[in-house]
Design a protein. Structure first.
Length: 137
C-alpha cells in the first residue's frame, strides 16, 4: 500500500480549490477506499488552524481544523524521540518532507516518516519547483 505525507500547503490547496486540489482529493479517496494511506504531522494541523484563523477569523479556523480531522488522514503526533531531535540546538527546525518548498534538504527518518532540515542528515533531496506535490513514503 502506498503512503503519502500531506503538508499544510496540500490541505490548504484542497480547501481553497487551488491547482493541485484534484490530486490531493484523489489521494484522500484512495485512502478512504483502503488503497493508500495518507498521513499528516500534528504541526500541519496546528499550522492550518493558525493560518486560517489569522486570515479568516477564529470560526473559519476552527471549521477548517475540524474538516481536516474528518478526512481519512492518519495524524502523526509528537513522540519523545521527535521532540528531542527537533530541540537539539545544532540542528535546524525539522518539518514534514512535502509541499511547495523548492529547496535542497536532507531527509531525517523519525517515527516512520521523513522530516527534513538543512544539514547533517544524509543525502540531499531536490524538490520540484512550484505546485503542491504530496510525497510518497
Amino acid at each position: 500500500m502506498k503512503r503519502w505525507l500531506l503538508d499544510t500547503s496540500a490541505l490548504l490547496t484542497l480547501r481553497d480549490d487551488e491547482p493541485g486540489a484534484e490530486r490531493v482529493a484523489e489521494l484522500l479517496l484512495l485512502a478512504q477506499q483502503g488503497k493508500a494511506e495518507c498521513l499528516a504531522c500534528f504541526m500541519t494541523g496546528m499550522e492550518l488552524l493558525y493560518r486560517v484563523w489569522r486570515d479568516e477569523g477564529e470560526a473559519a479556523g476552527r471549521l477548517a481544523h475540524e474538516q481536516c480531522l474528518a478526512l481519512p488522514i492518519h495524524w502523526v503526533h509528537e513522540s519523545p524521540e521527535l521532540l528531542l531531535r527537533a530541540a537539539e540546538p545544532h540542528l535546524p527546525v525539522l518539518r514534514p518532507c512535502v509541499g511547495r518548498q523548492p529547496t535542497n534538504a536532507s531527509p531525517v527518518p523519525v517515527q516512520g516518516m521523513w522530516l527534513r532540515g538543512t544539514r547533517r542528515c544524509g543525502r540531499r533531496h531536490q524538490y520540484p519547483k512550484g505546485g503542491t506535490r504530496p510525497v510518497r513514503l
